[in-house]
Design a protein around this ligand. Structure first.
Ligand code: HH2
Length: 297
């Protein structure tokens, strides 16, 4: 877990995320229809309880999303996404010290989420929605927020129909390089950028496996990588059609492998299992530098 990156600290508005080692991003879906946990944390009190539990288990950052992006998901109107997400960000910002990420493609919500306390904008379409890049750049420059640009081929409604790449690692790497270059040309500093290859977003199982194996190549570009494979269909398929409810052990192993391959932020549902996997690796790996887990575990 010692692939060098250019910046060891990610600036997330008024908060920071130390990327000297892999960090855990706990997923908080305040949606009725997310693929693995839809409807479980849709009420504000349920979302707050879940967020507290994720942080107690070891989440270093929370990612709050009000629109499912699972294959085939219907877009959510702005007003509804706003109603789901903003009260949760507001309450969490007041109560918890971890940086908060908002998972949205909508520029209007990005702006409001930042004003409410979000320190990271996570856009699964890489800020390609009309007006999103300008809003993200402004938030990064004026409020110091971090930006996560993810690769997705197509749109959630249709992305799994017939994804195609010449060379998935090279193609995704080229997109991420270009996005990072655009952000930096617009004045965003390197220490505010995360890149994400976008597992499951317009990719077949073969694409996902090739991309995972290519993580060291992507990490070698020097910007920190975020990897999200938690409970996704690639985990289920690789384990013989494992149902969503039984994918957490496989997800924790995959998160650990991603960290070994150079990922710095692991976006997961099961924070405890991921934390344990990382903690054991840091002590038991004979080749590593055996850095002590900063949480003191
Ligand atoms: N995956 C999902 C949503 N947002 N953001 C980033 N940066 N990377 C990802 O891999 C990613 C993401 C999909 O997972 P989930 O949030 O669990 O499901 P849903 O989209 O159904 O809410």
């Amino acid at each position: 877990m010692t692939v060098p990156i250019d910046q060891a600290v990610l600036q997330c508005g008024e908060r920071t995320l130390d990327l000297g080692q892999a960090r855990i991003m706990g997923i908080l879906n305040v949606t009725p229809d997310s693929f693995s946990d839809g409807g479980r944390y849709a009420r504000v009190d349920e979302a707050l309880a879940r967020a507290r539990a994720l942080v107690a288990q070891g989440a270093d950052i929370l990612d709050i999303g009000g629109e499912s992006t699972r294959p085939g998901a219907e877009p959510v109107p702005l007003e509804e996404e706003r109603r789901r997400v903003l009260p949760v960000i507001e309450a969490l910002y007041a109560e918890l010290a971890v940086p908060l990420s908002v998972d949205t493609m909508k520029p209007a919500l990005m702006r409001e989420a930042v004003a409410t306390g979000a320190g990271l904008l996570n856009a699964v379409n890489g800020f390609r929605a009309e007006g999103a890049l300008a809003v993200a750049v402004e938030a990064a420059r004026e409020r110091g927020v971090a930006l996560c640009a993810m690769h997705m081929q197509g749109e959630p409604q249709s992305m799994q129909r017939s994804p195609h790449y010449d060379d998935v690692v090279a193609d995704v790497g080229a997109f991420l390089d270009q996005r990072a270059a655009e952000l930096m040309a617009a004045g965003v500093s390197r220490g505010q950028i995360l890149l994400d290859p976008g597992f499951g977003f317009g990719k077949t199982l073969e694409h996902n496996v090739a991309l995972f194996r290519g993580l060291p190549r992507l990490a070698a570009a020097g910007l920190p990588l975020l990897v999200g494979v938690s409970r996704k269909s690639m985990i289920g398929q690789l384990l013989g059609d494992r149902p969503v409810a039984e994918r957490d052990p496989g997800s924790a192993v995959a998160a650990l492998l991603a960290a070994q391959a150079g990922a710095r932020v692991l976006r997961v549902h099961d924070v405890s299992a991921t934390r344990d996997a990382l903690a054991l690796y840091s002590v038991l790996n004979a080749d590593g530098d055996n850095e002590q887990d900063s949480r003191g575990n």
